[in-house]
Write a protein that binds this ligand. Structure first.
Ligand SMILES: NC(=O)c1ccc[n+]([C@@H]2O[C@H](COP(=O)([O-])OP(=O)(O)OC[C@H]3O[C@@H](n4cnc5c(N)ncnc54)[C@H](OP(=O)(O)O)[C@@H]3O)[C@@H](O)[C@H]2O)c1
Length: 249
């Protein structure tokens, strides 16, 4: 199997101070990558991870703070990120807002917030980083959702945003080829949302999952590792990591 060493290469992960983003950072750091850890509000969580990982390997993690809704600041954010090691080899667009928007209650604030974090920011971030990624024959991994093409009740705006991100993945794979590969991961039930859902709903979701269990953040992180480090001939693909959830009705 063709596999290149990723030690010393530079990875930017958005929304990476907790949960799935944190797992991606920890795994890819353990693989030897240098990390640009982006966060918005969770500064102390981000600092804790940075301290821990820099203690393991000196100067291997830098932090970058930004609200990704502020599109006009994204180019500056990438310029700032590149200052760290003078290069970017891979980006994981992980940051996301997620909450219900029942029809009748949708307002422009929710539309802007959900579309900006899940769709608009990944586009502008990828565009700003494209010249650097091309120099390194790099790659982009977008974190989508199985609900990008199977609507989740009461979540129209989130689903629309993730559907856009799925198309963005395929479109960027064409636009940035042949230098940059662009793929996505569509998680199923990995970590329950912070605004918790009830036990009956959890049971229903897991009983509709072929493997009858929740996934883990590490299941997503190992798939990121595969797409960055091993999938040299894969681009424009969306890989469901969902325990077979999309196989059932
Ligand atoms: N959890 C699951 O089971 C599951 C299932 C399907 C898909 N996914 C996808 O997997 C990814 C990670 O999921 P998760 O549950 O770990 O995510 P999460 O904890 O809900 O959110 C990750 C981070 O996104 C950041 N964020 C949100 N809006 C932002 C904005 N406007 N600008 C900058 N940062 C922003 C937040 O950073 P701060 O805390 O620093 O503000 C947050 O910590 C997401 O793309 C999600 O849609 C997850």
């Amino acid at each position: 199997m063709e596999q290149t060493s990723i030690a010393g290469k530079v990875l930017l992960v958005t929304g990476a101070s907790q949960r799935i983003g944190e797992s991606i950072v920890r795994l890819m750091h353990a693989e030897g990558m240098n990390i640009i850890l982006h966060y918005r509000h969770s500064r102390s969580d981000a600092q804790k991870i940075q301290q821990e990982l820099n203690a393991e390997r000196e100067d291997s993690v830098i932090l970058i703070q930004a609200d990704l809704s502020e599109t006009n600041k994204i180019s500056e954010m990438i310029r700032e990120a590149v200052k760290g090691w003078g290069r970017i080899d891979a980006i994981v667009n992980n940051a996301s807002s997620f909450y219900p928007t029942p029809i009748g209650d949708i307002d422009e604030k929710a539309w802007d917030d959900l579309i900006n974090s899940n769709l608009k920011a990944p586009l502008f971030l990828s565009q700003a980083a494209a010249p650097y990624l091309k120099q390194q024959q790099g790659c982009i991994v977008n974190i989508v959702d199985i609900h990008a093409d199977r609507p989740l009740k009461n979540h129209t705006v989130y689903c629309v945003a993730k559907a856009g991100l799925a198309m963005l993945t395929k479109s960027l794979a064409r636009e940035l080829a042949p230098e940059v590969r662009v793929n996505a991961i569509a998680p199923g039930a990995i970590l329950w949302p912070e605004n918790d859902i009830d036990d009956v709903t959890k049971k229903r979701i897991l009983s509709n999952t072929v493997l009858k269990r929740q996934g883990s953040a590490d299941d997503i992180a190992t798939t990121v590792r595969f797409l960055i480090n091993e999938a040299n001939y894969i681009t424009g693909q969306i890989l469901a990591v969902d325990g077979g959830r999309t196989l059932s009705n």
